[in-house]
Design a protein around this ligand. Structure first.
Ligand code: SF4
Ligand code: SF4
Length: 685
């Protein structure tokens, strides 16, 4: 128990600390509230459950860097349990003769055992975090490419300094508490419920009663006094994530898909800003992201742009936001305008346009951050407010505006892909009672390579006896390119037009052969009043195969087939199993690339990249992915996206290596070659 003087002193210290910490947290909250779009709190019960699960199980953290992540889990559990331990120690310090939770009995023993094991877990974990900063290859995980824009403070080592301070605090706090336990065990003569403290007890073997009493007080003060000293500093440091990461999970935006963007309100005449030019134009959740970021660089590790040497690092974006906020903390909290535009302070122009919107960063982030959404909001500002975007995108915008497709091809060419087929391909006008509407998308209509997929699919639908029709010339581009490029105004026009058409047609079900069409029709058109049942063709083929309605394709004994998960099919819309099951009918050997399913690596086309030159880097994203596919030993790379096919096929070039095929093409191979070859029936590769 503390002396009366100590009790008063600690109370004063704790009150001062709480006031200073609260002031910092209130400023943080005021800064977050400066943002656009409110934090979401609908469905609070399920949000609370998800937050608790995410915080305690750390599943996302455990997806990579296994050793560090398991040790981090020990620190999380230990620190969470220490909330109880600190409360117990506080009560013991103030209530004479009290033992938390009891002097003896099973509960007391379990508590002592948990405290002992978790103290060691925290100490070992934190020592590892200190050590790994000095050890290759782990050190590399925390570094940034030299061409990435990084705030000068972060570049000068502020992140490491922050980490050292916090590591020092934790070692002091938990270490002192652990030594206090070892001292107690030394005095009591062994405790099976405190195995590690018992091992350390001999350190205090020669300590007499007076010395023991002094040390007991010292360890109490080091353990609890350190909390009072350090907590006011927490809101200023990256370790604010201890509070902010759970809050970030709790208030995440509700999205139909992780890649679904929030619409802009062009009808609001009071609005002077569209997209994000400055910190305060970001959403509240995006400002919270900066405080929640643990600066672990996991998002950077999986980013196709960083991996291929571009200037973009999603981790640097979040860290730059944090340091930009930190540099004007009090002023921002007081409502001042932020000093610098986001472009140039948190992200470079080249990095802004290098994002493929693959979603890997948002998918991997252990605290639920969404750097991709920041990038797309900044693009909106650049396109809508500044008219500043890569010149090549202008042609795609013009094509969508004038002809309803980014190729700029004539509208009446929309059915060209079906020429020469000797099976009927009815339009909705010809078959208004169809059960299934095939929304072909622009690629099929205007890219001869994608046309092969459409031709294969309709042959399969015909063979399976499906009552379908195509939208034909009534289709416009889904607008995906416009939205991902930041041209929300154009996107909204296209989306509203398509929704009007589709609502008029009222299809029972829609099938698409492009994951970008899938994403827009299924996940984003509900924002404009379009709610449809949409499936990707690999899902439909999987279904038809399971019903026994598809002809058996020729067996491919010995063939090794791998499936490349398109980002907008897999990560953004959760379709992973159907294409793999559909490919099962080929009876070849399925192999997986190291990066597959939700860890899949982008082809480099998304985020409007297909319509512009790739930014300078060490290699193209497509080349990186094709090399991975080739290294898997596959003979065939199957996929389900016209843009993935194009990007990977052009990465293959004329060299040797696996061939690229859409799943539909592979399944249709046994069907009669019933077309004239007008659309280039010879496969590339
Ligand atoms: S969406 Fe993909 S390309 Fe863009 S920052 Fe995230 S990981 Fe990188
Ligand atoms: S955004 Fe997420 S994954 Fe990226 S550095 Fe921050 S916490 Fe890590």
């Amino acid at each position: 128990m503390l002396t009366a003087g100590e009790q008063v002193l600690f109370l004063v210290l704790a009150l001062l600390s709480a006031a200073a910490t609260l002031a910092g947290l209130c400023d943080m909250w005021r800064i977050v509230r400066r943002g656009e779009r409110e934090l979401a709190l609908d469905g609070l019960a399920s949000r609370l459950r998800d937050t608790l699960t995410a915080s305690l199980l750390q599943r996302k953290t455990l997806r990579m860097r296994k050793l560090t992540s398991w040790l981090h889990l020990g620190v999380v559990w230990g620190f969470s349990f220490y909330a109880l331990v600190n409360l117990g120690d506080l009560l013991e310090g103030y209530v004479p003769g009290y033992h938390f939770p009891a002097r003896e009995g099973l509960l007391a023993e379990l508590y002592r055992l948990a405290a002992d094991l978790l103290s060691v877990a925290v100490l070992v974990g934190v020592l590892w975090f200190v050590l790994r900063r000095a050890l290759r290859p782990w050190r590399a995980e925390l570094q940034f490419p030299s061409n990435v824009l990084l705030h000068p403070k972060a570049r000068a080592g502020a992140i490491s300094r922050d980490s050292r301070i916090v590591a020092g605090f934790i070692l002091l706090h938990v270490g002192a508490r652990f030594l206090g336990d070892a001292l107690a065990v030394a005095g009591e003569g062994g405790d099976l419920a405190r195995p590690f403290a018992s091992l350390a007890a001999p350190l205090f073997a020669g300590v007499d009663a007076r010395g023991g009493e002094l040390l007991r007080h010292l360890f109490w003060w080091l353990a609890l006094g350190s909390i009072a000293l350090f907590t006011p500093w927490f809101p200023q440091s990256k370790h604010a994530h201890l509070f902010m990461a759970p809050l970030n999970f709790l208030t995440r935006p509700q999205r139909r898909s992780p890649g679904a963007l929030a619409p802009l309100d062009f009808g609001d005449e009071s609005r002077e800003q569209f997209g994000a030019a400055k910190l305060e134009h970001l959403d509240q959740s995006q400002l919270l992201d900066a405080f929640a970021c643990i600066q672990c660089n996991r998002c950077q590790d999986v980013c196709p742009a960083t991996t291929t040497g571009k200037e973009l690092s999603p981790a640097a974006l979040e860290i730059n936001k944090r340091y930009e906020i930190g540099g004007q903390f009090v002023a921002l909290a007081a409502g001042a305008e932020s000093e610098r535009p986001l472009l140039g302070s948190v992200i470079s122009e080249s990095a802004l346009w290098a994002c493929t919107s693959c979603g890997a960063c948002t998918d991997i982030c252990p605290v639920g951050n969404e750097p991709m959404h920041d990038i797309l909001e900044i693009r909106r500002d650049q396109v809508l407010m500044e008219g500043n975007f890569p010149a090549e995108l202008q042609a795609a915008f013009n094509g969508m505006e004038r002809q309803g497709n980014p190729w700029g091809a004539a509208r009446d060419e929309r059915m060209r892909w079906a020429r020469g087929l000797d099976i009927p391909v009815p339009t909705v006008e010809e078959n208004p009672g169809c059960e299934l509407l095939y929304w072909t998308g622009c690629a099929v209509s205007h890219d001869p390579r994608a046309a092969l997929t459409a031709r294969a699919l309709v042959k399969l639908l015909h063979a399976a006896g499906v009552n379908y029709a195509v939208t034909g010339e009534r289709e416009n581009c889904s607008g995906d390119v416009a939205r991902r490029a930041g041209n929300e105004y154009l996107y909204e026009e296209l989306a509203r037009g398509n929704v009007e058409t589709l609502n008029e047609l009222a299809p029972a079900r829609i099938v698409v052969t492009c994951p970008h069409c899938l994403h827009n029709l299924d996940s984003e058109y509900p924002q404009f009043g379009g709610d449809y049942e949409v499936v990707h063709h690999t899902q439909l083929l999987d279904e038809l195969g399971a019903e026994g309605r598809l002809p058996q394709p020729p067996a491919r004994p010995g063939a090794r087939i791998t499936f490349h998960d398109p980002c907008y099919l897999g990560r953004h819309n959760g379709v992973f199993d159907s294409p793999r099951r559909a490919l099962g009918s080929l009876q070849g050997e399925m192999v997986e690339m190291p990066r597959h399913r939700s860890d899949s690596f982008c082809c480099g086309a998304g985020g409007a990249q297909f319509w512009k030159e790739e930014e300078a880097g060490s290699r193209t994203v497509g080349a990186e992915r094709y090399a991975e596919a080739a290294a898997s030993g596959a003979d065939i790379v199957a996929t389900g996206c016209p843009f993935c096919l194009q990007m990977l096929e052009s990465s293959k070039g004329d060299g040797v290596g696996p061939v690229l095929r859409d799943v539909a093409e592979l399944l249709a191979e046994g069907l009669p070659a019933d077309d004239s070859g007008q659309e280039g029936s010879a496969h590339a590769g």
